[in-house]
Design a protein around this ligand. Structure first.
Ligand code: SF4
Length: 745
């Protein structure tokens, strides 16, 4: 995930604490059928449920009552990143899926719903035709935590505005964008709420707004939150939309929701704006997974919740039986899934309910896939900052939770759970099943110079105790309207910028690098690394999964492919790896030189003396590379140790038929969507050629103007839009296939 601020802190909130919060935040009335607990949102977001929203520009409504079955709808995914919800590729968030389900439920045929990511629109101008022509254009987006992304670039405000300007039909925006928009998606900034020129802004759930809008013949809607039954229905009905995602199916991860909202009120966080936590049933989540699995999905992350351990319980204490129903049910309906990860676990749940937490964690580690990470939102180890921001988890409590997670789930596949934590090389070659991640947030109210020292001391203690942490996220706060951080703003983050920079470098050098060597020692195998982009003569890729390690492989390999990788070196937050197993008869000089204790000179000797029949012919015994290399029989595609790519087998659920199944689904089951995306693009190609004149209206540029202008502007190197080739099936999108500024290393 997400990234930051996963979920966090706090000891269970007392009744007193709840009351205090309730009195500060008025209650949003729930709509018909809404069964959740009372919603609590700041007053700025209150819209009474019996008031019909007025369009921001009623003159341009497409007009009249429309039969849902006749509507063409386009959904643009500008990506989302929230404290407990992630939707930047390779992830697809719940929003477009639920929205598509709501549309179908309201009577719009599946074949008339088109989905594009913002990166797809950037890559090919003709795709904007789907926005212009739609009777209803829906924009989904919003980042409420700062992040840098490899898999896609979130829409910026100008692009979002352009979508509104381009849409000739009715336009609506929703998702976390309703909380506010900043100039950039980075820490240390303030945000404000804007409608960015859309006809409608959904101030509660976008899926309910869209359902009611279509149901009313595009006349309007009431802002309301969805009910449990609606969620259940729309989650299943909207699964089809994943087939239109450019990463589908091989490199697409479905973010799964088990609950939303939070009982706590951390000063910087937008999750409490969803109210107290409301939980789905295990059966509802499992049904959705089944639908997605039938649509070819093989990667799942249970990431849309503030605390996975609270699932199915009373909101605080873990319920291991509910977790067993959830995880066991998923394994049953998706037997050949490749990834089952999670995000967000509250360390205080572990310290307050140690036995039930241990049992719950044990259940998760039995069912998940290796390399899983539970984000712990410590945010600050400074007691003063904790106090000022309602961060009720202390450094001691977080450290204890790190110990428990290491003990119960820090084992590696192939080992006994009793061996955890498996921080020392043990002969097994996989990442541990489940490790903690630590989130630290800077710029919070009360931050001072000592805060940086407190945080460093905490991380050093974790390392010195021999514990493992999968990753440390250090961010600066974004100040959203309606959170308590609104008052502090970004001032502290600004004042501490220099301090923050040097502290971050120290953590990367002194903690991150040695920790990474402990978690993923040389020889660790990362199966299914998806190759994403080239940079500086290397190929970068990641496994599908939560907080996946970025892997640099020497040389420029074909993008869009998947390969197993053996780790040979470590950066601060990324690793160097070579394809596994490496064929001594065909490996490149750079790949051989990257192997432990080989170097340029020995690599040269290996190449000069090719070919080999056995590994020991190439190596003189002074280096042991048996776990890295092989000799492949020429032309056979197999090697002396078995077929290339086999050997994932110890991973539960690593089904052999995954690729075959996915491909056949792509070929046979994935029927073209109605006015198919290609037909839209073709028709818009023609229209673009003829629409080269500028027209304006008193209110805004007409879309034809905008498009012709942009067509011209694409000739400029400064243009944010790249006219690039077609998207390779299942491959990386062209926009990220070459060196670009967004690199997360
Ligand atoms: S308010 Fe809840 S979700 Fe947000 S950071 Fe705090 S504990 Fe986590």
């Amino acid at each position: 995930m997400s990234v930051i601020a996963g979920c966090v802190p706090s000891r269970p909130v007392t009744k007193m604490c709840h009351s205090a919060q309730f009195s500060r935040h008025p209650v949003l009335p729930t709509g018909p059928g809404v069964t959740e607990a009372v919603r609590v949102v700041p007053h700025r977001f209150i819209v009474r449920s019996n008031i019909k929203i007025t369009m921001t520009d009623p003159t341009r409504r497409s007009g009249g009552t429309r039969d849902p079955s006749s509507l063409d709808v386009t959904i643009v995914d500008g990506y989302v990143d929230e404290p407990a919800h992630f939707g930047v590729p390779p992830y697809i968030s719940t929003y477009p899926r639920y929205t598509a389900g709501a549309l179908v439920d309201a009577g719009v045929p599946e074949t008339q719903i088109t989905y594009y990511t913002i990166d797809e629109l950037r890559e090919e101008r003709r795709r904007w035709g789907a926005v212009a022509d739609a009777d209803l254009a829906i924009y989904i987006g919003g980042m409420t935590v700062p992040g840098k992304y490899v898999g896609g670039t979130p829409a910026d405000p100008d692009e979002v505005r352009e979508i509104a300007w381009t849409a000739d039909g009715t336009s609506i925006m929703g998702g976390p964008v309703r909380f506010g928009v900043g100039d950039a998606n980075e820490g240390g900034i303030e945000t404000e709420r804007q409608n960015l020129d859309f006809d409608f802004l959904a101030m509660a759930d976008i899926e309910t707004a869209v359902y009611d809008l279509v149901d009313s013949g595009l006349e309007g809607f009431n802002d309301r939150y969805r009910g449990a039954e609606e969620l259940d229905r729309w989650a299943s009905m909207g699964a089809f939309i994943v087939e239109q995602h450019p990463n589908h199916p091989e490199y697409l991860i479905a973010e799964m929701e088990t609950s939303r909202g939070c009982a706590y009120r951390c000063s910087f966080c937008t999750e409490p704006m969803y109210g107290d936590p409301t939980f789905r049933t295990a059966a509802s989540v499992v049904r959705e997974v089944k639908g997605l699995y039938e649509r070819g999905m093989r990667h799942f992350r249970i990431g849309r919740q503030a605390d996975i351990l609270a699932f199915g319980g009373d909101g605080e204490a873990p319920n291991p039986d509910a977790l067993r129903r959830l995880y066991g049910g998923i394994r049953e309906v998706a037997p050949n899934l490749r990834t089952l990860h999670l995000d967000n676990m509250n360390p205080v749940t572990i310290t307050e309910y140690p036995e039930r937490s241990r049992e719950g964690i044990r259940v998760i580690a039995e069912h998940n896939t290796a390399g899983d990470t539970a984000a712990f939102g410590l945010e600050s180890a400074d007691p003063h900052v904790q106090e000022e921001n309602n961060l009720l988890v202390s450094a001691e409590e977080c450290l204890e939770a790190v110990r428990v997670l290491n003990e119960v789930a820090g084992w590696r596949p192939g080992e006994s759970a009793a061996d955890a934590p498996a921080s020392k090389p043990s002969g097994t070659t996989r990442l541990p099943k489940l490790l903690p991640g630590i989130n630290l947030l800077h710029g919070l109210t009360g931050e001072r110079e000592e805060t940086f020292a407190h945080n460093k001391r905490f991380l050093q203690r974790v390392y010195d105790e021999g514990l493992m942490v999968r990753r440390i996220n250090i961010r600066q706060v974004m100040a959203f309207e309606g959170t308590e951080m609104e008052e502090t703003g970004a001032d502290l983050a600004d004042n501490h910028k220099q301090l923050f920079k040097s502290y971050k470098t120290e953590v990367r050098e002194e903690i991150d690098n040695p920790m990474l060597q402990r978690v993923a020692p040389p020889g660790t195998i990362l199966p299914d690394v998806h190759l994403e982009y080239h940079q500086d003569g290397r190929t970068f890729g990641r496994q599908p999964g939560t907080y996946a390690l970025l892997v640099a492989i020497p040389g420029e390999r074909e993008l869009g492919q998947t390969t197993d990788v053996a780790i040979v070196g470590h950066g601060y937050r990324s690793v160097t790896g070579v394809p596994h197993p490496l064929d001594l008869n065909s490996a490149s000089m750079d790949e051989l030189a990257a192997l432990p204790k080989v170097g340029q000179s020995r690599a040269g000797d290996i190449i000069v003396n090719r070919p080999y029949n056995h590994v020991h012919e190439a190596l003189d015994g002074s280096v042991d590379l048996d776990s890295f290399v092989t000799i492949r029989a020429s032309g056979a595609g197999t090697d002396a140790q078995g077929s290339l790519g086999a050997g994932h087998g110890s991973e539960p659920g690593a089904g052999d038929d995954w690729c075959a199944g996915s491909r056949s689904r792509r070929t046979h089951a994935h029927q073209p969507v109605k006015r198919t995306r290609t037909s839209i693009e073709a028709s818009w190609s023609t229209r673009l050629e003829s629409v080269m004149h500028w027209t304006t209206s008193s209110r805004r540029l007409k879309s034809s103007t905008l498009l012709s202008h942009t067509l011209t502007s694409t000739t400029s190197e400064q243009s944010p839009y790249t006219l690039s080739g077609p998207v390779p099936p299942c491959g990386p999108r062209p926009g990220i296939s070459t060196a670009s500024p967004r690199r997360q290393v």
